[in-house]
Design a protein around this ligand. Structure first.
Ligand SMILES: [Zn+2]
Length: 217
């Protein structure tokens, strides 16, 4: 069983690549957001407690996340591998994860760092807009992805809209959080981390990831 961590700034395609990896290698996707939401959905006493915390925007303690993670690993122990997405978020969590894996005679096998510079990441997010009708996605700051007519969908002629939080201010904050929290993890995993250039298109990035992970079984 393989344990793989993906580290990436916003807009590097982490979600897409996680999905491609899981589909190709038959790995289980582990995101703490999903673990928490699953527990809330089950309406256990912990789930109800979490729901209240999440609704008031309170931080969820590491110990809870760790317990949910342990359960998930136990539940899926026969899987071929795990992709950790958005976890660990800091050194403390990385140490806790190492500890859990060690208890299971396991370890982190690969850390893949989807490298993307600030400008490219910003353009991908700030320029993004989509069609109100068919959902087609465009980007006004990337030549290949611009609509032919400003503000109009090429496919169905409906108008395009931008999400409120796709602005430079919000992006800057997200990127700063990433730099503060994720950069130290690159150092933490320096002996196993492998960098992939994420300015390339989705398929090429995935080819690079496959060359790191090897042929699927
Ligand atoms: Zn459209």
């Amino acid at each position: 069983m393989k344990n793989i961590i993906l580290l990436a700034p916003p807009a590097a395609g982490k979600g897409t690549q996680s999905k491609l990896i899981c589909d190709t290698y038959n790995f289980i996707h582990i995101s703490t957001g999903d673990l928490l939401r699953e527990e809330v959905k089950k309406e256990t006493s912990l789930g109800l407690e979490l729901k209240a915390k999440m609704e008031t925007g309170k931080l969820i303690e590491d110990s809870i996340v760790i317990d949910l993670l342990k359960n998930k690993l136990e539940e899926c122990k026969n899987s071929d591998g795990f992709i950790y997405d958005g976890f660990p978020r800091n050194i403390k969590q990385a140490e806790l994860l190492d500890e859990i894996l060690r208890e299971n005679n396991s370890k982190i096998d690969e850390v893949i760092y989807l490298d993307l510079d600030y400008e490219t990441a910003k353009n991908r997010i700030v320029g993004r807009c989509s069609c109100t009708k068919c959902g087609e996605v465009y980007n006004t700051l990337i030549d290949m992805q611009k609509p032919k007519k400003d503000g109009i969908c090429d496919k169905c002629n409906s108008s395009l809209y931008k999400r409120n939080d796709d602005n430079e201010e919000t992006f800057k904050t997200r990127f700063e959080v990433y730099e503060k929290e994720t950069k130290p993890l690159i150092k933490y995993y320096e002996n196993i981390v492998k960098k992939v250039d994420s300015t390339k298109d989705t398929n090429m990035v995935f080819e690079d990831i496959k060359s790191i992970l090897g042929e699927p079984k």
